[in-house]
Design a protein around this ligand. Structure first.
Ligand code: NAD
Length: 380
């Protein structure tokens, strides 16, 4: 099997789906690799580094499509890329099928197979391919680094000859993958960290990282858990109680990192305008949910704004791409695991097993069919 990595076409996308290291690992599994020239440059991987790892560097996307059996990239393929695919060829990338129906139709009519890394089911066996989690982990880390770079004080408390400095107070809203990464990063920088989530089962994890879980004083203590580590929507009463808790926190905390997500919905609005107004000047909000409308009412997607009362609100949606070397390394490893599962006999032959929960879940077009949405996975 020959794997071909393409350069990204989307503006500002710096990641790449193959690294020299993952090419070496694929080589050990008997797969050859080709890459479009310059594809890794912005992630810190030169054409020469790929050549040293045994990868053939080709001078155009067209040449990669012609040479490869399976193609890899980060962002969904463009229409022009789908048009370059031949019957039976496979492309692996983020696809976001719910937002890209025309793309699915196009791939279907070409007889191309699209595997969506964003549709890998969240089951234990698939963790090694879970690119959304790999990227959310990086985003959570980077959110704290970004907050620190915008915050005018230390995170850690210090006693210096020039005076005593209090530690920063950080509130993390939503303690899934990104939230837990943010909590770990903020505690390791010495901040006082509090976190809230609608899923009570994360309390123990939060506390084991040295942060405080904010419990809600709510009559019918609500379990906001749905399946697969995701949350279910909250009742209006629960939401009111949650907002009351946040209103109490707003004047106290210096940094708020919001990561609350409910699958297939707009981001829940949890940090209201009056909460922003109640915050101290110089406080920072990093809203990781900006792509889906934001958890903070005032967030502007892809921008850094400063409010009239001096609160900085960051709504960047490209945190993984801002750490392109790290994110490419993890993403390329997720892709390598997907390729390993696609060649189960270790003989380089692709077996697209639609009985396999992971491959079935991630496959959005195959055999001239749109195969999304998939049935629920059978195993946990
Ligand atoms: P996740 O599903 O693992 O975590 C989301 C958490 O939010 C869950 O723990 C859930 O219980 C919690 N939640 C849901 N509703 C809540 C509420 N009302 N109050 C408090 N908590 C609530 O998701 P994730 O993978 O950690 O991703 C988090 C967010 O980060 C997503 O919106 C994702 O799109 C985003 N993200 C952003 C970037 C970026 O560059 N900005 C990059 C990667 C991910």
């Amino acid at each position: 099997m020959k794997f071909g990595a393409l350069a990204e076409r989307a503006a500002g996308e710096r990641r790449v789906a193959l690294t020299p290291m993952s090419a070496g690992d694929l080589g050990k599994l008997g797969h050859d690799c080709v890459i479009e020239t310059g594809a890794g440059a912005e992630a810190g991987f030169s054409d020469d580094a790929y050549r040293e790892a045994g990868v053939e560097v080709l001078d155009s996307a067209q040449a990669v499509f012609e040479a490869a059996d399976v193609l890899g990239k980060v962002q969904p393929p463009t229409e022009a890329e789908v048009d370059m695919m031949r019957e039976g060829q496979t492309l692996i990338s983020f696809v976001w099928p719910a937002q890209n129906e025309a793309l699915l139709e196009r791939a279907k009519s070409k007889g191309a197979t699209l595997i969506a890394m964003d549709m890998v089911p969240r089951i234990s066996r698939a963790q090694k391919m879970d690119a959304l989690s790999s990227m959310a982990n990086i985003a959570g880390y980077r959110a704290v680094i970004e907050a620190g770079a915008n915050f005018g004080r230390f995170f850690t408390g210090q006693v210096t000859a020039a005076g005593k400095v209090p530690p920063a107070k950080v509130l993390v809203v939503g303690a899934g993958v990104a939230g837990l990464a943010a909590i770990g990063t903020a505690t390791s920088l010495g901040a006082i960290v509090r976190a809230f989530d609608v899923r009570p089962e994360v309390a123990e994890q939060i506390e084991s990282m040295g942060a405080e879980f904010l419990f809600l004083d709510f009559e019918d203590s609500q379990d906001g858990s749905a399946s697969g580590g995701y949350a279910a929507p909250s009742s209006p009463e629960f939401r009111e109680a949650q907002l009351k808790l946040f209103r109490e926190q707003a004047p106290e905390v210096d940094i708020v990192i919001t990561t609350a997500l409910i699958p297939n919905r707009e981001a829940p609005e949890l940090w209201t305008e009056d909460m922003v107004k109640a915050m101290k000047p110089g406080s920072v909000i990093v809203d990781l949910a900006a792509e889906k409308g934001g958890n903070c009412k005032l967030t502007v997607k892809d921008e850094r704004i400063v409010t009239d009362n001096g609160v900085i609100i960051i709504g960047y949606t490209d945190f993984p791409s801002r750490m392109a070397t790290q994110s490419s390394t993890l993403y390329a490893t997720n892709i390598r695991h997907m390729l390993t599962d696609l060649t189960p006999e270790k003989d380089g032959k692709i077996v697209h097993n639609m009985e396999d929960d992971v491959i079935r879940g991630a496959t959005v077009t195959h055999d001239r069919e749109i195969t999304w949405p998939p049935p629920a996975p059978k195993v946990k």
